[in-house]
Design a protein around this ligand. Structure first.
Ligand code: PXG
Length: 288
């Protein structure tokens, strides 16, 4: 595998950064998870835009232009002969002194890894996922805004640990007000009749690119979509629940906190939107 680091494509074993990089010392940096489908990078511009927004929010200057980042992503995919794959784009604060002050770091470090990902076992895309709500509260937006896709994912990891310790693969996190926020790496939707609901950005979530796509696809299919505050009651009483994310794509949830959702199998609207999503993903994107 070839990895893009410090402006060059290098062999995997040479892809290294300093132990003094604040990305390692403090989780000080930002990232994106991007997919390639059928020889094209899916929603590349949207991911780069979000990367720059995350960087701006933490006062991190990315030492490349958005166009330059796009080129580095495509170049890395080409070097690894990626047709279908997963791209991890990372910008760390760079090398600085021991001490929090980010202004001691001279230059951010841009890294691109192009490989593959399988978030949940394939059979669960047919059968649906069982999940639980967990005690770990999603980061308060005024502490570390979940809109920032930062290298500090401990909040999500703590929730993931709780889920796995309870015998399931995914967690739903509630926000500081006790309302539904999102899963550890996915957004969440509930369906009742022809109405889809998902928590608004103000609930303290990452505004998922897959979430935006699914909202648009659903509206095209004449479903009503509302960004609305959701409680656990809304999850338990939904006819269908599904998660969306770059890694997860669209996956049905059939059980939450030991309550069967709907009839306990992936519902028709989830199936329809998953199939529309796949169609779009396979047919659009930046050519590699
Ligand atoms: N919420 C959170 C907290 C995320 O980290 C999403 C929602 C979905 O956003 P997108 O833009 O991808 O639709 C994410 C994205 C992984 C992995 O390794 C996680 C994400 C992306 C890629 C890989 O688990 N999370």
């Amino acid at each position: 595998m070839k990895v893009y680091v410090s402006g060059k494509l290098v062999a995997e074993r040479d892809a290294k950064i300093s132990v003094f990089d604040h990305g390692l010392l403090y989780g000080d940096g930002v990232f994106e998870g991007i997919r390639a489908y059928n020889g094209r990078v899916f929603k590349l511009e949207e991911h780069i835009e979000r990367l720059f927004d995350s960087a701006r929010a933490i006062a991190l200057e990315i030492p490349m232009t958005p166009t330059g980042i796009g080129r580095a992503v495509v170049r890395t995919c080409r070097a690894n002969k990626i047709k279908d794959g997963y791209i991890r784009l990372i910008v760390t604060r760079g090398v600085g002194t021991l001490g929090l002050n980010p202004y001691t770091c001279k230059k951010g470090e841009v890294i691109v890894i192009a490989g593959s990902i399988q978030l949940y076992p394939r059979r669960l895309y047919e059968e649906g996922l069982s999940i639980v709500t967990v005690g770990t509260v999603r980061n308060h937006p005024e502490a570390l805004n979940p809109s920032i896709k930062s290298l500090n994912y401990l909040n999500n990891i703590l929730a993931k640990i709780e889920a796995i310790n309870s015998g399931v693969l995914e967690a739903v996190m509630l926000n500081h007000a006790g309302n539904v926020a999102e899963a550890t790496g996915d957004n969440i939707f509930v369906v009742k009749g022809r109405v889809l609901r998902t928590p608004p950005a103000s609930a303290g979530i990452l505004r998922g690119i897959t979430r935006d796509i699914v909202i648009e696809l659903a509206r095209e299919k004449n479903y009503e979509v509302r960004e609305e505050t959701l409680s656990r009651y809304d999850l338990y009483t939904a006819e269908e629940v599904f998660l969306t994310g770059t890694a997860a794509e669209v996956i049905a949830v059939i059980n939450i906190d030991r309550r069967k959702i709907g009839v306990g199998e992936p519902g028709p609207i989830t199936r329809e939107l998953a199939s529309e999503f796949k169609k779009l993903a396979m047919g659009t994107g930046t050519p590699i």
